[in-house]
Design a protein around this ligand. Structure first.
Ligand SMILES: Nc1nc2c(ncn2[C@@H]2O[C@H](COP(=O)(O)OP(=O)(O)O)[C@@H](O)[C@H]2O)c(=O)[nH]1
Ligand SMILES: [Mg+2]
Length: 203
């Protein structure tokens, strides 16, 4: 499977390199006939194409596999994410708990980033080498603070966090992902739907 995938990726990369080569040839040729005033625009086009090519090559060599949770509030999304991580790092609760998206990216080193968001009343920042309990605690505090204040402060944006963690899904799996694949798990907040009498958020 991963060999076939590599072949497709190699072909796409080859075609993209070819396109850049055609452009460069065309650019050299047309430059001789165009007045100097066109040069800055042509150079800008060239550098944008180079940038797009390097982004494409980066994505092809390090593709991202993203797993995201979806479901009603309190349906067990965060519990499942913790199971896949092999640690209690995202807050779990009987009532509505998850507020804002938590992205967990596979990494050998552990760290937590709580991003600066409009009106944030909780501590934002980056903590490297952070322990599991501290990750849980910081996320818990941010989420509770958001849930308690969102009515009073209508411009309050929900917390956005990224955890870097050596999670079980990759460490102990036999997924045989292509080398260089980035793996992300997204723990998304659920929404109580109309008629769902069991999962009504506590306002
Ligand atoms: N009985 C039972 N309870 C569960 C299960 N999964 C999660 N829970 C509980 O359901 C509640 C909500 O779980 P949580 O993962 O926070 O749900 P989320 O809102 O979808 O993220 C928590 O009290 C969990 O302990 C399960 O498989 N069985
Ligand atoms: Mg949750």
């Amino acid at each position: 499977m991963s060999k076939q995938l590599y072949k497709v990726f190699d072909e796409v990369e080859f075609k993209a390199q070819l396109l850049v080569k055609y452009w460069n040839n065309f650019y050299t040729e047309i430059s001789e006939h165009l007045p100097d005033t066109y040069q800055p625009e042509m150079q800008e086009l060239s550098s944008k194409l180079d940038e797009a090519l390097s982004n494409l090559i980066d994505e092809l060599r390090n593709p991202t596999l993203t797993l995201a949770t979806t479901g009603t509030t309190s349906s067990g999304k965060s519990t499942l994410v913790n199971l896949l991580c092999g640690a209690e790092i995202v807050p779990v609760a009987v009532s509505e708990m998850s507020a804002g998206a938590v992205t967990i990216e596979y990494s050998k080193e552990k760290s937590l980033i709580i991003h600066e968001t409009p009106g944030a009343l909780w501590e934002c920042g980056e903590w490297r080498g952070i322990r599991e309990e501290k990750i849980y605690q910081r996320l818990y505090e941010a989420m509770i603070s958001y849930i308690e204040n969102r009515e009073k402060q209508p411009n309050l944006a929900c917390p956005q966090s990224t955890i870097f963690y050596p999670f079980r899904l990759v460490k102990e799996s036999k997924l045989e992902l292509p080398e260089g694949t980035r793996v992300k798990i997204l723990d998304l907040p659920g929404l109580a739907y109309v008629g769902d009498r069991y999962h009504i958020p506590q306002m």
